[in-house]
Design a protein around this ligand. Structure first.
Ligand SMILES: [Zn+2]
Length: 269
């Protein structure tokens, strides 16, 4: 545990001090970092506050009337730290943007390679990123890496504040694709990119809010997308339901709760 804490601190220090090497200058980097941090932390905390205020009053709470503590203060602090990690990654493309240097973000569909390339490229990226999120989460549940994920499982009956309440190492493993924006060859068509990032943030709020919306629970599983009912079970029972964006890999690997329970029932016969 102690070693993990020191590694977390070392990684954060490296992310922050790396800005001294920024080609656009340290001033440009830390200015971008400050702006990104306020934007990301503000969005996540205000969003979590709104979703929590609604979900805690819901009559469809997954774990019934609240018995376990919310730990909202701790979750807000962890979220702020995760926002700092994300900002330290976003500061690289932002510094280039403010210096009028090219980045991977383009607003013109032709400059992004045309409509077909945009659609197929984003679908391909979604499949790859979802696989990465699932296997990253499985890795974080191994004995060696669980110390970097343990705190997130402190929220056994989570609120939206827990959505991004993850440690520094897990934040890097989740948010690293942000850095790709700094490379002009890594073309991201802005409207789709911001739509997907916004969707990912909203989905994460929903996954951790502790309540369900009937229509959402009816539609998302049919599309293979994760839901509050599905992910809440991972917080109640950390051995099942590892999918973060989609639930496809849990089905393929038999790690969804239904499959795990079925195997357990056969084994106990
Ligand atoms: Zn987990």
């Amino acid at each position: 545990m102690k070693l993990a804490r020191w590694i977390e601190r070392g990684v954060l220090a490296a992310l922050l001090f790396a800005g001294l090497l920024c080609p656009q200058g340290a001033r440009a980097f830390y200015g971008s970092l400050a702006l990104a941090f306020v934007g990301i932390a503000g969005t996540l905390l205000v969003g979590a506050a709104i979703v929590t205020a609604i979900a805690e009053r819901s009559t469809s709470r997954l774990q019934g009337p609240r018995r376990l503590p919310r730990f909202s203060g701790r979750a807000a602090k962890d979220t702020t730290l995760a926002a700092l990690v994300a900002a330290s990654l976003l500061a690289w493309p932002l510094a280039r943007l403010f210096a009028d240097e090219p980045t991977g973000l383009v607003w013109d569909v032709d400059a992004a390679g045309g409509l077909t390339v945009v659609i197929l490229g984003n679908l391909g990226a979604l499949v790859v990123l979802d696989a990465w999120l699932y296997w990253k989460h499985r890795l974080l549940h191994t004995r060696a890496l669980f110390p970097f994920h343990r705190a997130h499982h402190g929220y056994r009956d989570p609120t939206a504040y827990a959505s991004f309440a993850v440690g520094t190492v897990e934040s890097v493993l989740t948010f690293w694709p942000i850095v790709l924006l700094a490379f002009p060859w890594a073309t991201h068509y802005a409207p789709v990119y911001f739509g997907l990032v916004g969707g990912f943030v909203l989905l994460n709020f929903y996954l951790h809010c502790g309540a369900t919306l009937r229509l959402v629970e009816a539609v998302l599983p049919r599309l293979g997308v994760n839901t509050s009912a599905f992910h809440n079970r991972h917080h109640a029972n950390a051995n099942v339901n590892f999918g973060e964006a989609m639930i496809v890999w849990d089905r393929l690997m038999g790690t969804n709760e239904a499959a795990v329970e079925a195997r357990r029932a056969i084994a106990s016969r």
